[in-house]
Write a protein that binds this ligand. Structure first.
Ligand SMILES: C[S@@+](CC[C@H](N)C(=O)[O-])C[C@H]1O[C@@H](n2cnc3c(N)ncnc32)[C@H](O)[C@@H]1O
Length: 467
């Protein structure tokens, strides 16, 4: 079938937007042909024709910030068949049995593609079910309680029937099955359980509104590697830092996929250097500035530490890449039109522990944040090459008496020669009937990365410098 299943990160809209952008603009050309809040189904133009396509999938996994796992799809069962085989309540047991038989046949014909060899082997498998949405009752009441045990039993049975010497499977803790809150296997467990070996596999059952895709996992994110960089770097500040995932996603929106080692990236509010550290991991040349001398020193130490950890040579004259300077003068310390991309998170306001009042936030916006964002766009315009991109975070602040407040970033950008690029090209995405899964034009102009109860929420914008 040559389709691949991508397991999306927790901010699934952002993960989908990142994936679609990479499939549209990188060398890995393809299209998302179906999706849910947990998985995207991808058809590539040519990747699957190459002999070592698994290596390409690994490279793609490494590039993407928002993807947890990638698997190859072996079959698809439409949603009517699933609903008839696993109804809310069984009225006609015979009918249910005969439809379940169809699912067993599909599993039977695909087992040898999943494991290659079964006869005389010791086989271990783990079933992961990704529903359309995790909070659906059909997931907690039917899929976990009936579909999962059915799959474990029938797959074990089929492996024995095909001559498997021994078969065992991953048993999820009972308490999660009973409560209906079950998380499929985490990416780092795939390595712990050896699930990339030939005789061991994670079999994914990924649901969309259309049906279920059956896939075998080939690659998974290595969160421990990113966590190590995030947590073990010499200087960090947890309460304010962006996550490694978000940093990588934002870097990908810059649309620089070729010869990254020649692309110069700037963060003019560098702080402890989160963007730049992950930009190094993703192969870019990095530059950073900040008004705070200590932060610039911290970033330089973090950057040196990372090159050491990666066992890479520290670039010559690296210290010239970092300057202590306020945003309104950044263009004085670098050449005009020098940068291929800018990724940044300016100051978002004080760390509120309680919701502020409208007037307090209004003053903060008028006196501090608006002038700072205006300076950012003005300076970035001078520093960026023409048609290159700026990916930037702006705050949404919840107030006690005035709702959610935000700056008119689009207007500031427009006044300074930037064009807004929507984060998702909705022409390229299929329509969904569930309103929670739909994308509307207005909604994709910028996406939010935050929990519902956060006082300051991060909003992600993408702009391109006009000629
Ligand atoms: C939200 S933090 C950036 C955090 C960074 N992304 C990180 O991972 O550490 C904002 C940074 O902007 C700097 N800053 C504040 N006002 C500035 C200004 N006017 N010009 C330049 N930098 C400024 C602060 O010193 C702080 O390090």
């Amino acid at each position: 079938m040559n389709r691949f299943l991508f397991v999306l990160g927790s901010n699934w809209q952002l993960s989908l937007a990142e994936l679609d952008n990479v499939l549209k603009n990188s060398q890995f050309k393809g299209r998302i042909i179906d999706y849910s809040a947990n998985v995207a189904i991808v058809e590539f133009e040519s990747l699957h024709n190459e002999i070592h396509y698994v290596n390409n999938l690994m490279e793609l996994q490494y590039i993407l910030g928002g993807i947890q796992k990638i698997g190859e799809i072996y079959d698809f069962i439409d949603i009517q068949t699933i609903n008839q085989a696993f109804p809310w309540k069984v009225d006609n047991y015979k009918k249910v049995e005969s439809i379940r038989q169809k699912i067993i046949e599909s599993l039977s014909s695909n087992l040898l593609r999943i494991f290659r060899r079964v006869k005389n082997e010791n086989i271990f498998f783990a079933v992961s079910i990704y529903p359309n949405l995790f909070d659906e009752d059909y997931y907690s009441q039917v899929l976990i309680k009936h579909f999962l045990p059915f799959l474990n039993k029938e797959i074990s049975h089929l492996i024995k029937e095909k001559g498997g010497k021994k078969v065992s499977y991953y048993k999820y803790p009972d308490k999660y099955i009973k409560s209906g809150h079950l998380n499929p296997i985490f990416p780092h467990h795939l390595i712990t359980y050896g699930l990339f070996n030939e005789d061991r596999a994670e079999i994914i059952f990924g649901f969309t509104e259309e049906g279920v895709y059956i896939a075998r996992t080939f690659t998974a994110d290595d969160p421990n590697f990113k966590k190590k960089i995030d947590e073990e770097r010499p200087f960090k500040e947890f309460k304010s830092s962006i996550s490694p995932k978000l940093a990588i996603i934002m870097l990908n929106f810059l649309n620089l996929f070729e010869k990254r080692e020649k692309c110069s990236i700037l963060d003019p509010f560098v702080g402890n250097g989160t963007f730049l550290l992950f930009a190094i991991v993703e192969d870019f040349r990095v530059f950073g500035t900040d008004i705070d001398e200590e932060k610039v020193q911290n970033t330089m130490r973090n950057v040196n530490w990372l090159y050491n950890e990666l066992e890479e040579k520290v670039p010559l004259f690296l210290e010239d890449h970092f300057k202590t300077i306020a945003i309104n003068r950044v263009s004085t310390v670098f050449n005009e039109s020098f940068f291929d991309g800018i990724c940044t998170e300016p100051e978002l306001g004080p760390f509120f522990t309680e919701k502020p009042y409208f007037s307090e936030v209004n003053d903060l916006f008028e006196e501090i944040l608006k002038p700072m964002y205006e300076a950012t766009f003005r300076e970035c315009y001078k520093l960026l090459k023409s048609k290159k991109r700026l990916c930037i975070i702006a705050p949404i602040i919840s107030t006690v008496d005035g709702g959610d407040l935000q700056l008119d970033i689009e207007l500031i950008a427009k006044n300074n020669g930037f064009n807004l690029i929507p984060l998702m090209d909705i022409e390229r995405i299929v329509n969904k009937s569930n309103i929670r899964l739909q994308f509307r034009k207005e909604q994709v102009r910028a996406l939010i990365d935050a929990r519902k109860d956060q006082i300051i929420k991060r909003k992600l914008y993408l702009f391109e410098k006009l000629d």
